[in-house]
Ligand binder design. Structure first.
Ligand SMILES: *Cc1c(COP(=O)(O)O)cnc(C)c1O
Length: 496
């Protein structure tokens, strides 16, 4: 019997081939050698386990394939994309883009050592942590603040520190799910607190909370229904009413406001989002929100409130597991500094800039882009169209934001194939599909990216889709948007 591996070339033979020699120059000898070894070992495994004899490709062909495979492997799976979905806070696309000031601050502290929190055990805190806290105090009116990895961590930590083994009263109308893995009742269970549900889906009154209060009660909780609204025959309780009840029974009120706007965004068409300072003013003891939603900063969770509560939370042993690193602290502090003057924030926080772009600007850009796109190979039609978009795929459908898009139809193939090609291009572009057209929604495209849209279309026309895209595995799976698919931004409505 013949040796089934006889046709497989040696590592050295392959390394001598032109494509792999070029790879060595581009990447490094050790990366290519280990790539070749891995590829050959997979091949041997396939040959050994094949039912019939496998035709091993020629050495030259193998070298080509291995070089291509290594090249794909070298392209980072996490890389910049152009967000043409129109969804401003797309969780699958990393939520808020950061301000230049935040990026500079991260670069400054990332490059070397920094005055980060040195010794948690002694309780002594560095200037940097204190600086973030004092900015948060200044901007929300709270007594104290602490920062965690995200709002999910903030909620978990707060519930553990304040209510472990006891009851937290919350309305049945507010038991939210923020994407598959975040469900308030499950977070409550994980924290060791017991959820005491009151009221009904559509109506919860202050009397419902009052009659549930007992020896086991540790806190009252209010949760902003970020991604849905109960409308029609409804009744709910304000934070102020909850605070009045809490004071009477010496119970803290935890207010999870979700997106956490620091300034009023009504003029941008965002009217329904709670503002952190309002909740503090209403008397909430602990207010929780995300740093990378409407605040437009880095991913983090922000806890502001009464000094005694914040102390209890930040001294809990779980705090260490939830805290943020120097890059997040630096980016958050830089973003918060912009908010000291709301006008500066509007001009410098990218999320607010995108949100505040006048519709007339978007129209002009769409009208300029449409004929350029129509002239690209592979594009049958391209038109500027007015449309509406949403904050996050999950945010409320009542909060429509005016926008303008370029709607294109490809000459060949269907629109979802076209969308897949745009996602796999360089740069990768995510748009949305509506009525058999692919929409480039300019609400979330930065003006300097307009030219890149045209480049990407030209590149797509020059490289018709192969069986396997060059980035298969990295970009072929659409990232989870905030509920629904990026093709339907109004989707099912969940932050993820
Ligand atoms: C988004 C959200 C969360 C989760 O925040 P992350 O920062 O994504 O962890 C929790 N509660 C509410 C009300 C939210 O809107």
């Amino acid at each position: 019997m013949q040796n089934p591996f006889r046709n497989i070339p040696s590592v050295n033979e392959l390394l001598e081939s032109p494509p792999l020699r070029e790879m060595v120059d581009q990447v490094s000898h050790s990366v290519v050698v280990s790539g070749v070894r891995k590829f050959l070992s997979d091949l041997r495994h396939d040959v050994q386990n094949a039912a019939a004899e496998i035709n091993v490709p020629s050495a030259a062909e193998l070298a080509e394939r291995i070089a291509e495979w290594i090249e794909n492997d070298e392209t980072p799976a996490l890389r910049p994309v152009i967000n043409a979905t129109g969804i401003l806070l797309h969780t699958g696309l990393g939520r808020a883009p950061l301000a230049g000031e935040a990026i500079q601050a991260m670069s400054d502290v990332g490059r070397g050592y920094a005055s980060v929190e040195v010794d948690l055990a002694s309780g002594e805190r560095s200037q940097r942590v204190l600086a973030v806290e004092s900015l948060l105090v200044q901007l929300t009116g709270a007594e104290a603040a602490v920062v965690t990895n995200n709002n999910a961590a903030a909620t978990l930590l707060t519930l553990t520190a304040l209510a472990h083994g006891r009851e937290v009263i919350a309305s049945r109308g507010q038991l939210i799910e923020i994407g598959g893995s975040y469900r308030l009742p499950d977070v409550m269970t994980a924290s060791g607190a017991r959820l005491r549900e009151v009221g009904t889906t559509n109506k919860t009154r202050i009397a419902d909370y009052a009659s549930a209060i007992g020896d086991e009660t540790a806190a009252l909780m209010n949760v902003h229904t970020s991604n849905y609204r109960v409308v029609g025959f409804t009744e709910s309780v304000t934070t102020a009413e909850l605070v009045a009840l809490g004071r009477k029974h010496h119970l803290p009120v935890i207010d999870d406001i979700g997106s956490g706007a620091l300034v009023d965004l009504t003029k941008f068409g965002v009217a329904d989002e709670p503002i952190a300072a309002d909740s503090i003013r209403a008397g909430a003891d602990v207010v929780l929100f995300s740093g990378d939603k409407l605040l437009g900063g880095p991913q983090c969770g922000i806890i502001v409130g009464k000094r005694a509560m914040i102390k209890k939370i930040s001294q809990h042993p779980m705090m260490r597991a939830m805290r943020v690193g120097k890059l997040t602290l630096a980016a958050l502090a830089a973003t918060l500094r912009l908010y000291r003057d709301p006008q500066t924030a509007e001009l410098s926080v990218p999320l607010l800039m995108l949100l505040g772009t006048p519709i007339e600007n978007l129209r002009q850009r769409a009208q300029r882009l449409a004929p350029q796109m129509a002239a690209c190979d592979g594009i049958a039609t391209a038109d500027a169209v007015d449309d509406v978009t949403f904050l996050g795929g999950g945010s409320v459908p009542t909060q429509k934001i005016d926008t303008c898009c370029v709607a294109v139809t490809p000459t060949k193939g269907n629109v979802s194939e076209f969308a897949a090609r745009m996602r796999n291009g360089l740069p990768a572009i995510f748009g949305r599909v509506s009525q058999d057209r692919f929409l480039f929604d300019l609400r979330t495209v930065f003006p300097h990216q307009d030219a890149q849209l045209i480049k990407a279309l030209d590149a797509a026309a020059a490289n018709p889709p192969a069986g396997e895209g060059p980035t298969a595995g990295a970009g072929d799976q659409p990232p989870a948007p905030d509920g629904g698919s990026q093709e339907s931004p109004s989707g099912d409505g969940a932050w993820r």
